[in-house]
Write a protein that binds this ligand. Structure first.
Ligand code: PEP
Ligand code: MN
Length: 256
């Protein structure tokens, strides 16, 4: 798949991965891809097999969703990523997507990590919400020892006693993981924040603390989203975040 060559990091944007929590329809993902591609976002995200807390919640469009995601991304010159939770989902996703995501709830799924290692596909490894930095980095070794070095570590907030945010973004994990690992570290402020207005300060903090990039949830109409609408940015907010993070990156450059 030619988009695999894009592998991730374009210096043109601090927001490397964006898109809805879930792929909901061909129109929704196409509209989002068309919008994000104008900002040079290299990777379109979209959940298709969803790891939801409640079994009664929207579980994703599955295989059909993967096809919609891949079509929208590739046709707009983007790469794409979706979460897989088991080996069957991985096998279906492999020929279509450019990257897979291991979600926070799957970070300890060692057979899945091994299978992704064998597959060799680029992978975003989210930190488990109850995982120490050492456990997270040890999980990355399961993938790497199978011969797959295309790993991106993603801090997405850990569980703490604090309930004002959905999770507690562990900003210190960014420099620590960078120091202890050879893999790039990105941050997902959306799942840590739990609400869209908090995505801005968390994303700015993440970049300032040394993250190589940001992954954010973006939806054409967050109020209608089938998952994580509260934390999703609408297009106007995305534009503002993009502007803010570009300024943060320029300020950081001037410190070098
Ligand atoms: C997601 O990216 O939509 C997701 C479910 O993330 P996490 O695994 O970090 O909760
Ligand atoms: Mn989500």
């Amino acid at each position: 798949m030619e988009n695999r060559d894009l592998l991730l990091f374009s210096p043109k944007t601090p927001i490397h991965i964006a898109g809805p929590c879930s792929v909901e329809s061909a129109e929704q993902i196409e509209e989002t891809a068309a919008f994000l591609s104008k900002f040079g976002v290299p990777v379109l995200r979209g959940g298709t097999f969803k790891a939801r807390t409640f079994s009664s919640s929207f579980q994703g469009l599955g295989e059909e969703g993967i096809l919609m995601l891949a079509r929208a991304a590739h046709h707009n010159g983007m790469a794409c990523v979706t979460e897989v939770m088991n080996e069957d989902q991985l096998a279906f996703a492999l020929p279509h997507v450019d990257m897979v995501q291991v979600g926070a709830r799957s970070m300890f799924n060692y057979p899945l990590l091994t299978a992704i290692g064998k597959a060799g596909i680029p992978v975003i490894l989210k930190r488990g919400m109850g995982a120490t930095i050492d456990e997270w980095l040890a999980a990355s070794e399961y993938i790497a020892t199978e011969g797959n070095p295309n790993i991106i570590l993603c801090e997405r907030g850990i569980r703490s006693f604090e309930t004002a945010t959905r999770f507690t973004l562990d900003v210190a994990a960014i420099p620590i993981a960078r120091r202890r690992s050879v893999f790039p570290v990105i941050v997902d402020p959306s799942h840590a924040a739990g609400e869209s207005s908090l995505v801005f300060p968390l994303a700015r903090a993440a970049m300032a603390a040394g993250a190589s990039g940001i992954m954010v949830e973006v939806h054409p109409d967050p109020l209608l989203a089938l998952s994580d609408g509260k934390q999703s940015l609408d297009f106007q907010s995305f534009e503002l975040l993009h502007r803010e993070l570009t300024a943060v990156c320029n300020a950081l450059e001037s410190l070098k």
